[in-house]
Design a protein. Structure first.
Length: 361
């Protein structure tokens, strides 16, 4: 493993994945903090990554790791007492940090769209679907209502909504949960944005509807050249959807690389632990009926009380005295980086629970 930066409070920029061309989205050293009575808390800490045109990036981690806050930070939706403390967010080479509110209002819903886990955060319950979709088009395009309505109908059909003309005349409460989420996705796609940020939009849906929506999103983004950031805690979702993965823990990206690299050759002990906790890994180990699934010992630390050095140290079987210091970002393979003092070699397994209990620095 070759260190690409010495241990320091600020990590290096993400490895370039666009072959030297300007990426669709470039995020460098993004940090978001919250002011609390006990001091400032870093919800997003020094994040750097890139997204190419038409690429799908999976942002993965446990609840509270900062993945949703990353999405809000990218589109400047952080409310007080939170604030974006540092970093750069560039869309097609143009800096978004520091834009006035009126410019952000023009960007959101046009060049950048966000899909929320709960579609009712997008949909107004007292307005018909056609009214909401037409208004979304007219807010950003100089077209007539008839053309806006035609675009709304076409987009509903593209996301697989049957009898789309009838659904346009419906109110949100008259649609099923899966149908409402499809409408929310259609609204995000209406103005053919450059970037879509999807915050666990299929978590509450059954697996059949989830699979359909994932396929539709992937196909539509490929066809339109739209970049997609898919935020989730479910590795099985991004395994078949994302081109690249960023794994987050305690506000930081601890590993990133292609989906194949991260899922087949994980280098960070946390990523390895997540994969070992899946049913697929249990079956591969000869899991027996009634046997508990493997889990990562302990729980994620509160962001207001992170341990010194590596935040994963108290839960890691490979931790030693080095891990009391800020870990370096190292290159595990070309295009794959990991924030760790002791990256895993390809194919390595983590020690069992007994070894974990003994390995506390």
């Amino acid at each position: 493993m070759k260190p690409i930066a010495p241990p320091a409070p600020t990590s290096p920029a993400a490895p370039t994945t666009t072959g030297g061309a300007e990426p669709l989205l470039r995020v460098e050293h993004l940090s978001t903090r919250f002011r609390t009575r006990g001091g400032e808390v870093a919800a997003v800490d020094d994040l750097s990554f890139e997204l190419a045109t038409g690429e799908v990036l999976g942002l993965v981690g446990e609840s509270g790791c900062g993945k949703s806050m990353t999405g809000y930070s990218l589109i400047d939706l952080v409310d007080p007492p939170g604030y974006i403390a540092a970093g750069s967010v560039r869309l097609r080479g143009h800096e978004l940090r520091g834009l006035p509110a009126k410019d952000w209002q023009a960007l959101r819903g046009d060049r950048i769209a966000m899909i929320f886990q709960d579609p009712m955060l997008t949909l107004n319950p007292v307005l018909r679907i056609d009214t909401q979709m037409v208004e979304t088009v007219l807010a950003h395009r100089r077209v007539g209502r008839a053309e806006a309505l035609a675009r709304a109908l076409d987009t509903l059909e593209r996301v697989g909504i049957p009898a789309a003309a009838e659904r346009l005349r419906s109110y949100p409460h008259q649609l099923s949960g899966g149908m409402r989420q499809r409408v929310a996705i259609a609204i995000a796609l209406l103005n053919q944005p450059d970037l879509i940020i999807a915050d666990e939009p299929t978590t509450a849906l059954d697996v059949t509807i989830q699979a359909q929506i994932l396929y539709e999103m992937q196909t539509l983004c490929r066809e339109a050249g739209t970049g997609l950031i898919w935020i989730t805690h479910d590795l099985s979702v991004v395994a078949g959807l994302a081109d690249r993965l960023c794994v987050m823990y305690a506000g930081r990206i601890v590993e990133q690389g292609s989906t194949a690299q991260v899922l087949e050759r994980p280098a960070h002990p946390y990523t390895r632990g997540l994969l070992d906790a899946t049913p697929a890994a249990a079956l591969a180990r000869g899991h027996r009926r009634g046997e508990a699934l493997r889990q990562i010992p302990g729980s994620a630390p509160p962001l207001a009380a992170l341990p010194a050095g590596c935040a994963f140290r108290p839960r890691c079987a490979r931790a030693d005295e080095h891990c009391m210091q800020t870990p370096p970002r190292v290159e595990a393979a070309p295009g794959q980086t990991v924030l760790c003092w002791h990256p895993l070699p390809p194919g390595a397994a983590l020690p069992g629970p007994a070894a974990h209990a003994e390995a506390r620095p």
